[in-house]
Ligand binder design. Structure first.
Ligand code: PRX
Length: 661
């Protein structure tokens, strides 16, 4: 890292401070065998994006071929118009008809250590049976089905069964509260809610059925609750409401088991609704449809993760988030991959569980989140060191900007010291598929950069006036062309879809993220634009200051915010989680401030630093800076119901107030 650059351009620009110069090209060995080896793919896709996506759509099996690749009446997109297909057929039946029939589709491990392996043939049978149960419960094409589930195979099976009969699903993360579940069920007007008698988390039972009971008491559209027996009555008894609640294992009786033909649906038929984890306001139900979505996730999965027939692929996300939809269920299964699925916590029974899983199943591809990587760093190097991780050959990250130090740690301690390329993948619930990412055989990586837009994706960085910003200046990240997996609307609220994403720059998709491009055309994500700091008229992204802090050996995690300051407009306030073995004190505080100054410049010097054992995070593990701002500004705390652990904010608040006084 070197001294900061001058800010230039309009005040809407974001200053670029972090200068990361390390560069890691793929090994010649990796590059020689990569699925994508020819750089020309970028130019080809750029010159003829519709041709490129049409070729990609050929990887799917269509019952009826499309007439038109794209109908674009901004912001309304229709992809592969006139085409008919079925997502469940593409993820299951077509593999069952080949030698993949006996290949592992889902390799599942429960938290207590119980395991299940479903071949593609097993999956085919299970999906058919589940679809039969849905039909028997009166679910028809177009009806919405809600899932509130632990990470067990029945979740993937149930989603595919919905897709099979054309009933859009909406999966609500199993850590959400009854109110959150109720609101999402009501917004989507679901007729059925699928849940379980419980799920394991850190040795305890998550009482999903009880929470569902509370939620559906206020959800008039729900006709039935379908309950999977995960833990059994010896561990948890649940109440079954007569006439409403149905045990899955009873419904899938011998007589009801049967094959259910996959329903050919239009390419634009709704596949699912996914509510954004959103830190404010009413959740937005992102609507994803069938043909374009499946094309996008299937192609990106094969190219970015360099998927080979023999790979064992593990995405550690929960299926309750879009990452799980696109890169546990639809992308990998459309590609006939072997997918590992793990039910529980990474620190159960001990902090090496992930590494034990990698060793046990000889996992070759790992896809996880920066927040997890920072947690592993904090726990210590000894946990991965206990296991043989040599099966890994590629690793990915998603969900937040990854601080360069966390990237380096991941490469060193998990990736065998540089053997595995790292794909830092930028995308959103709204985008459905990965948008900015390295192609691992072609693109040299730089720690902290998501590198280049995927072929066929046109990304750009604009100032508030809609002009492209110069290289190395931050601005608003925008997608300039429709792409097949894009969200088609917000369920029930098209006006909000237009207002949120398409009105600042008509015809262009506003991501809400800040980014800059460097001289090699690489994109560096700077954090959410709403979180940008403004110090003495300089706009600074949260990512860079946080990365400067995390590059100090005493720091595991950091969140920075701007607090009102009479002199500078805003002053930088940092909340820091120390790494094991470091004790916070005034000397450390002084040192960290200097460390930031040395790394990225005096402008970014934190005015105050607070230490906390945890940062407030959403249930999808994103740092919630808005609440830290509320604390720093002495405001009443905003909505904390989407927090993973709401007690953390009150602890930080107390500490903040006592140390200020
Ligand atoms: O701010 C970006 C951040 O996560 C947001 C999208 O979150 P969500 O819709 O929950 O989807 C998460 C999984 C795709 C983005 O607007 N984000 C995601 N990936 C990255 C990222 N920020 C920087 N780098 C990434 N690789």
């Amino acid at each position: 890292m070197s001294a900061p650059q001058d800010s230039s351009g309009t005040s809407a620009n974001i200053d670029a401070l972090l200068q990361e110069t390390r560069r890691f090209p793929p090994s010649s060995e990796f590059a020689a065998h990569a699925n994508v080896r020819d750089e020309a793919v970028y130019q080809r896709a750029h010159d003829d994006p519709e041709g490129f996506w049409a070729e990609a759509a050929n990887r799917l099996d269509w019952f009826k071929r499309w007439d038109t690749v794209l109908e674009w009446n901004a912001p309304w997109a229709k992809w592969f118009v006139g085409g008919q297909l079925n997502a469940s057929y593409n993820c299951v039946d077509r593999h069952n008809a080949t030698s993949r029939r006996n290949k592992a589709a889902i390799i599942w491990e429960g938290e207590p250590g119980d395991t299940r392996v479903l071949t593609y043939h097993d999956l085919y049978r299970e999906v058919n049976n589940f679809a039969a149960v849905l039909l028997d419960l009166g679910i028809k094409k177009g009806d919405r089905v809600a899932f509130y589930m632990p990470m067990i195979p029945e979740l993937a099976i149930g989603m595919l069964a919905c897709a099979r009969i054309g009933a859009p699903h909406t999966v609500i993360f199993g850590g959400f509260s009854a109110e959150a579940l109720r609101d999402r069920i009501n917004d989507s007007q679901a007729k059925l809610c699928v849940t379980a008698d419980g799920g394991w988390r850190r040795g305890n039972i998550v009482p999903l059925k009880d929470t569902t009971d509370t939620a559906v008491a206020d959800a008039p559209t729900i006709e039935h609750v379908l309950v999977i027996q995960r833990v059994g009555p010896d561990i948890r008894q649940v109440n079954m409401k007569e006439g409403r609640d149905v045990w899955y294992h009873e419904a899938v009786s011998r007589e009801s088991r049967r094959l259910v033909d996959p329903e050919p649906v239009d390419s634009e038929h709704p596949l699912y609704i996914m509510y954004t984890s959103g830190t404010t306001g009413k959740p937005k139900g992102q609507l994803h449809t069938t043909g374009g979505y499946l094309t996008g996730v299937s192609l990106t999965h094969e190219w970015i993760f360099d998927l080979k027939e023999e790979d064992v692929y593990w995405c550690t996300a929960d299926i309750g988030w879009v990452t799980g939809h696109s890169y546990i269920v639809y992308g990998p299964l459309a590609n006939g991959a072997s997918v590992v699925m793990y039910e529980g916590a990474p620190d159960y029974p001990d902090k090496d569980r992930f590494w034990a899983l990698i060793e046990k199943y000889a996992i070759t591809i790992l896809y996880t989140a920066p927040t997890s990587i920072r947690t592993f760093m904090r726990w210590g190097d000894e946990y991965p060191a206990k296991h043989d991780l040599s099966s890994l050959r590629l690793m990915g990250t998603v969900g937040e900007p990854i601080n360069p130090e966390a990237w380096m740690w991941y490469q060193e301690h998990i990736g065998g010291g540089g053997k595995c390329p790292i794909v830092d993948t930028w995308w959103q619930t709204e985008t459905g598929m990965i948008m900015i990412t390295p192609l691992p055989g072609i693109v040299a990586t730089k720690p902290g950069s998501a590198t280049r837009p995927f072929p066929g994706v046109e990304a750009t960085v604009l100032d508030d006036g809609g002009n492209p910003v110069p290289n190395n200046t931050g601005g608003n990240l925008v997608i300039a062309r429709p792409w097949p997996a894009m969200s088609r609307s917000i369920w029930g609220d098209p006006d909000r879809y237009v207002a949120t994403y398409w009105s600042k720059y008509p015809g262009l998709y506003l991501t809400g993220d800040g980014a800059r491009r460097d001289d090699d055309g690489y994109f560096w994500l700077l954090g959410r634009v709403d979180d940008v700091l403004n110090v003495s008229g300089h706009r600074i992204g949260t990512m860079e200051v946080e990365s400067a802090l995390v590059s100090h050996p005493a720091v595991a995690e950091a969140a920075v915010i701007g607090a009102t300051d009479p002199v500078t407009g805003q002053a930088i306030v940092a909340f820091v989680t120390p790494r094991g073995g470091y004790t916070p004190n005034d000397a450390l505080t002084a040192e960290l401030k200097e460390h930031v100054v040395r790394g990225i410049g005096a402008l970014a010097r934190p005015k105050r630093i607070y230490y906390t054992m945890e940062l407030p995070k959403t249930r999808s593990a994103k740092i919630m800076r808005r609440l830290l701002r509320d604390i720093a500004e002495g405001r009443v705390l905003g909505d904390t119901t989407t927090l993973l652990d709401p007690t953390i904010v009150s602890q930080i608040k107390e500490q903040y107030e006592s140390s200020e006084g």
